[in-house]
Structure formats: C-alpha cells, structure tokens
Ligand binder design. Structure first.
Ligand code: SAH
Ligand code: DHB
Ligand code: MG
Length: 226
C-alpha cells in the first residue's frame, strides 16, 4: 500500500461524498496566494470535524490554530444560527488571511478570531468568564499541547468533546526517545489525558491526502479541578 493509493482513495471519497463547494476553492486559493503552509485538514477530515461537532450539538466551538481558516469554516458550518466559534492564532498574517476568508464565506458574524499566543488567549477567555465550550479542536503548536490541556478543561464542562490533531506523525508518537518537541508534546499530552479520571479518550490513525497521522478524540465526563 502506498501514499499515492491513500491519496487516491481520499480523493474518491471527497468527490463522491463531499460534493463541490466553491467556498472552499476560494479559501484554498487565497491561502496559497498568501503563501500559507499547506497543512490544513483534508476535505474529508474537515467534513469529519463538521459532523462530529454537529453530533455533539455544539453551540460554542473553540479552535486552537486557525491558519487560513479552513478547518474553522468546516466547524462553523456545524453551528446553529445563534452559535459561536472562537479561534486562536499566533501569526498576524495567518489571522489576516483567515479573517478575509470568514467574510467571504459569510461566517464573519459567527467567528471571533483572537490573535496572539493561544495560552494567553485561553487565560484571557477564562478571566472574562466566558461560557464553557461544547466542542474544541486543538491544532496549534504541538509542543504546547500539554500546557493547553488544563486551560482547555477549565473552559469545558461535562460532555465537552475535544479533538486533537496530529497525534501520530508518521508513527513517531510511539518513539519514547524521539526528541522532536512536537512528538514529545503529543506524548506528554496523551500522558495527561490518560491520567485524568474526568476524561475518556481514544485515538484514530488516519491516512489520505495528508499522509499518515491521526486524531485523539476525548470527552469530558465530569468536572475535574476546574
Ligand atoms: N486548523 C488549521 C491548521 C492549523 S496549522 C486547519 O486545519 O485549517 C497550526 C496553526 O497554529 C498555524 O497557523 C500556526 O501559526 C498556529 N500556531 C502556532 N503556534 C501557536 C500559538 N502558540 N498560539 C496560537 N497559534 C499558534
Ligand atoms: C503541521 C501542523 C498541523 O496542524 C498539521 O495538521 C500538519 C503539519 C506542521 O506544523 O507541520
Ligand atoms: Mg493539524
């Protein structure tokens, strides 16, 4: 089995099941023209996130790591009319591209983008006493995943669903000696999740247009130290 085959099957599923959407064509073109790295979720993964958010009945969604807003738009589509999505991005250039994309997708009124280090934005949200989020997509810098977890949980409630991207990294996740900070971060994050009696979790490996990676799927079962 080859990466080319995974990619072909991914394209087959996307063509068969997702339909064609000019909003995403325009969004991808904008990101490419602006020179953003092409590391967004794939179309099939975007639809997967949308369906998960819809199944969870999310009215309030939080995203860490906006990039050009590709995953953001998929997630925002799962919201009811009065729903909100807050997305956190460090890079002002990424944020500017994303803002333009939200406007073009007609979703600017539902999406709030906060520019700055995600940890600082999470602390600001906590200090502002915002309502807890129903669905959280963790996709910012992987080395900080362990630092994000307590802040994320403080913004959660029982039933909150947390999806963390890039937990496999071509299988590097099982290498205890790997010194890539992203791999170490994901492993430390999974250690924290596993040790927390208030969380139930699994992880799924994925192949397709973005190679070999995976998602962790976590549900808050009870309130912990919050
Ligand atoms: N969720 C996007 C992809 C995000 S890529 C999608 O699938 O469409 C990861 C993003 O996290 C990048 O845009 C990067 O600038 C941002 N990032 C990196 N470090 C960050 C930090 N400390 N706080 C917030 N965002 C950060
Ligand atoms: C990278 C980040 C991501 O969120 C992703 O899905 C793939 C790659 C990266 O920083 O290389
Ligand atoms: Mg990712």
């Amino acid at each position: 089995m080859s990466a080319e085959l995974w990619e072909s099957v991914d394209q087959y599923f996307a063509g068969k099941l997702l339909g064609h959407d000019p909003v995403f064509d325009a969004l991808s073109a904008t990101c490419e023209m602006a020179g953003l790295p092409s590391i967004q979720v794939t179309p099939t993964q975007g639809r997967f996130l949308e369906i998960l958010a819809r199944i969870s009945g999310a009215r309030r969604i939080l995203e860490l790591g906006t990039l050009g807003g590709y995953s953001t738009v998929w997630l925002a589509r799962a919201l009811p009319n009065d729903g909100t999505l807050v997305t956190l991005e460090l890079d002002p250039h990424h944020a500017e591209v994303a803002r333009a994309n939200f406007a073009r997708a007609g979703l600017a009124d539902r999406i709030t983008l906060r520019v700055g280090p995600a940890l600082a934005s999470l602390k600001a949200l906590l200090a502002e006493g915002v309502e807890p989020f129903d669905f959280i997509f963790l996709d910012a810098d992987k080395d900080n995943y362990p630092a994000y977890l307590p802040a994320i949980l403080a913004l959660s409630k029982p039933g909150t669903v947390l999806v963390a991207d890039n937990v496999v990294r071509d299988g590097a996740v099982i290498e205890p000696e790997n010194d890539d900070p992203a791999v170490r971060g994901v492993r430390a994050f999974l250690d924290l999740v596993a040790a927390d009696p208030c969380l139930e979790a699994t992880a799924l490996q994925t192949v397709g247009g973005k190679g070999y990676d995976g998602f962790a799927l976590i549900r808050v079962t009870a309130h912990g130290w919050v």
